[in-house]
Design a protein around this ligand. Structure first.
Ligand SMILES: [Zn+2]
Length: 317
């Protein structure tokens, strides 16, 4: 039996797990990132966590085939250096080499965190039966990862594709990246909340306005809740939001020909009824009609996707 370790390196936490060949998590844990301590200290914490999890799983380092690390930012595929990470304030740091030395595991690979989440869903979650898929994660922003013919689509010497920053509406709403009209500026929860506040201003009779009058802030959950309860303004708002996600999904399917699109983030809890609505719109928006329309699935692994995908990285890059 071969075992691998996956590390999901985030701005707040380093989460990691040991998996077997079927991607079952045998041990899992996390520590605070505290990136202000600097690269060496963060890498040392990561290595220590990996070694602890090996022991927790009842294994020894010799049983570990590889360590995969999903990191925010841009990495060098060949040598596992992090070239640049805005979140961690890292600039050209030798992540793979440092972890190799500190753990004694020879094969250490580094990839993009959003790619690892997509890979996790691909090997063990919502996209298991497909050979290609894209995952879009709807959160504060819109993250993306693409798997083509069983491999992570990550061009060497380039940045990971950022599908959230493809243009949905030319000249549209300002985006965090400095451009206008990106998918992220319409299909993120940040955008939904912005639009909900505008709708509440325009429709003081709506439940959206009532939520604010009660002293609460609008958020993804309460917006969806009042829409499901039948509030007309909220229903229209959510329908637009779902349409934006679907238009983005159709663009991705038209560009990459993937057979499945997995939707992750908080919206995945809304379940099949939202997935079915997205599928219906995608079918009607695809270049070839519905013949090659991708399946739309909600992510199933939650936060474990990043760990499991990182654990699968060495065999899929
Ligand atoms: Zn953007």
């Amino acid at each position: 039996m071969k075992y691998t370790i996956g590390v999901d390196l985030g701005g707040t936490n380093i989460a990691a797990g040991v998996v077997d060949e079927q991607y079952h998590l045998l041990a899992k844990g996390s520590v605070k990132t505290e990136s202000e301590r600097g690269f060496e200290a963060v890498a040392a914490s990561m290595a220590k966590l990996c070694l602890k999890l090996v022991a927790d799983a009842g294994l020894s380092v010799e049983d570990i085939d590889s360590i995969g690390i999903g990191s925010p930012g841009t990495s060098n595929k060949e040598n596992g250096d992090i070239i640049f990470s805005n979140n961690l304030h890292w600039d050209n740091v030798p992540l793979a080499r440092t972890i190799r030395k500190a753990t004694g595991v020879e094969s250490v690979v580094v990839g993009n965190d959003a790619d690892c989440a997509a890979l996790g869903e691909f090997v063990a979650g919502a996209g298991e039966e497909f050979s290609s898929l894209a995952m879009i994660t709807i959160g504060t922003g819109v993250g993306s990862g693409i798997i083509l013919d069983n491999k992570v689509f990550a061009p060497a010497n380039s940045v990971a594709p950022e599908l959230g920053h493809t243009t949905l509406i030319y000249g549209g709403e300002p985006c965090t990246c400095g451009r206008r009209g990106c998918l992220e500026s319409y299909a993120s929860f940040t955008a939904l909340i912005r639009d909900a506040n505008r709708a509440a201003d325009a429709h003081p009779e709506s439940q959206l306005a009532k939520i604010r009058e009660a002293g609460d802030r609008l958020n993804g959950k309460n917006i969806f809740d009042v829409a499901k309860a039948g509030d007309e303004t909220a229903k229209e708002l959510v329908a637009h939001f779902i349409d934006y996600i679907a238009q983005g999904a159709a663009n991705i399917a038209n560009a990459f020909g993937v057979r499945a699109i997995v939707i992750g983030g908080g919206i995945s809890k809304e379940g099949k009824y939202v997935a079915d609505q997205i599928h219906e719109i995608v079918k009607n928006t695809m270049y070839c009609g519905d013949m090659f329309a991708p399946e739309i699935r909600m992510a199933t692994l939650g936060n474990d996707a990043g760990i499991i995908g990182a654990a699968a990285l060495a065999s899929h890059c």
